[in-house]
Write a protein that binds this ligand. Sequence first.
Ligand SMILES: CC(C)(COP(=O)(O)OP(=O)(O)OC[C@H]1O[C@@H](n2cnc3c(N)ncnc32)[C@H](O)[C@@H]1OP(=O)(O)O)[C@@H](O)C(=O)NCCC(=O)NCCS
Length: 166
Amino acid sequence: MSLQPSRPPPELTLVNEIPAHGAEIEALLGRAFGPGRFAKVSERVREFAAFAPDLSFCAVEEGKVVGVVRLWRVRVGDQPVVFLGPLAVEESERRHGLGATLVQRACDAAVAAGEPAVVLVGDLPYFQRVGFAVAPDVALPGPVDARRVLARAPADTVLAGMVQAR
Ligand SMILES: CC(C)(COP(=O)(O)OP(=O)(O)OC[C@H]1O[C@@H](n2cnc3c(N)ncnc32)[C@H](O)[C@@H]1OP(=O)(O)O)[C@@H](O)C(=O)NCCC(=O)NCCS
């Protein structure tokens, strides 16, 4: 039996989202979340939030978008924060740490941009691995399970009030 040289793994890069990624991202989000995604309270936030392409990233493999994380500039009370979501990874690429890498990259970019407080609506068992905890005093503009309102912020940052436009 002859040994075949193993193929190098496909190169995966994280890049800032640009408009040209839009159609592929929409298709990925459709596959990841299904048609119900527009009913989520996070979508209500995204209707008034300012999209932050400088803090939003795509994972690109062989020219194809296989992961995405988006950040949006909002405030909680008087505190400027960024709102994270959606986060999605192509099913075939999951469980290799890409989701966590995307979240970390977006949070690092937010810190570097002077926006260290990040809020999201998501599952604590997943997001606590990347530094998020329940944010009991953050309110959303619609019904939400309070256990899914999460934040990652410097210890001296007070997050209390409604998520609203800056
Ligand atoms: C959530 C998602 C982005 C994770 O992507 P990923 O690249 O697989 O993430 P990671 O490799 O960093 O982490 C994988 C681990 O998280 C776990 N996980 C995934 N979703 C989870 C959830 N909602 N709650 C708890 N754990 C979860 C996986 O079971 C896996 O566990 P393991 O390490 O013990 O095997 C991906 O599953 C996805 O796109 N899901 C559909 C969209 C979605 O639910 N987005 C999150 C919105 S809150």
